[in-house]
Write a protein that binds this ligand. Sequence first.
Ligand code: UDP
Length: 403
Amino acid sequence: MAHIKEYIPIVGRSIVDDLQLIADKLQGKTIQHINSTAVGGGVAEILNRMVPLLKELGVDTRWDVIKGGEQFFEITKKFHNALHGRPEIINQHDFDAFMETTQKNIEEVDISGNIVFVHDPQPIGLVKKKSGNKWIWRCHIDVSNPNQKVWKFLRGFIDQYDSAVFSAPSFSQHLPIRQFLISPSIDPLSDKNKELPQETIDEVLQKYGITKDKPILTQISRFDRLKDPLGVIEAYQQVKRHIDCQLILAGGAASDDPEGLRVLEEVKEKAKNDRDIHILLLPQNDIEVNALQRVATIIIQKSLKEGFGLTVSEALWKAKPVVASNVGGIPLQVKHKYSGLLCHSVDGAAFAIKQLLNSPEYAKKLGENGREHIRSNFLLTRHLRDYMLLFLSLYHGEDVVYL
Ligand code: UDP
């Protein structure tokens, strides 16, 4: 795990010095993060890096994960889909079962933080334990157009928090509590993002039987319909009629996402008969993800909805040309025709991919711009600063605080 000083060559000394100054002001406060999975997906990814760094800065920080059975995570996945605007049948029984698991967690999770930082809907009900401390609800998902039934249910909890945090301006909602806009981030020194020796990249390619004889299009995502893996295959098929290329669709399973294996089967079915489509069920292995991103000619993120899209930051940090949907937090990262190309459909994605494959110099320039855009806005150091200022602001009356 990298130490805070190792970020100086990447972001500059003044940024790291500022972090220490702000951290010192948090002496005496304990921060407690709570979410629903220790591995898989963006939230776990961020907490795995952020918690040790906060500790190193001297901020007393702990991280707890709630427990839930298969049924609970089936229900929270339905909530997740419904909040993203997908039709789902959710009935009173689901809400009751959600509350049953919530109640068990209320009994089991020891709340000791002065600031309790709850991530996403799964642990949201723990706020019933609030007693004199500060509670933040961190929404990582795209709630620009949420299913009203689920949103109303969640509002019963959200309103009890002190503040809410969203990743993009379009997600903010009318709430009686203060709201903050804080984008997620990536860690440039993690195994996922650090530079890799060519041998390591080659070993990963060999492991999966992939050769570099034709351009590689890659999407790395959980197998989730909202990541539109079938749409990615369709876009690839359109491109392939004009330019010979191969497609890597790679993703692992997250313990709070029971739908993944079903989607994987659909993807395999659609891809059958094409040996240039590589569908990889990845183990939790950041080096492999890193290598697959680095070997890509173009990285795709054709999500239908997206909370932020860490995979886009990861790709841009590696100076890769990116084609990604104009949804959720993606347009914060991909400035169209500057740090990548945005698309709105399968046809649009195919068109953009062809354009980049045909113009390698242009593709390279977009990737380079993307890397600098991520350096300025979406690295862990900026994120740490925003969170620590948020913590401090909780103790500063009701003034509006601009981060
Ligand atoms: N990821 C991974 N292995 C996989 C698929 C995804 O490590 O097989 C990582 C990916 O690199 C990124 C995170 O999980 O860091 C996904 O975050 P994102 O915001 O893109 O999507 P989410 O899964 O949170 O919807």
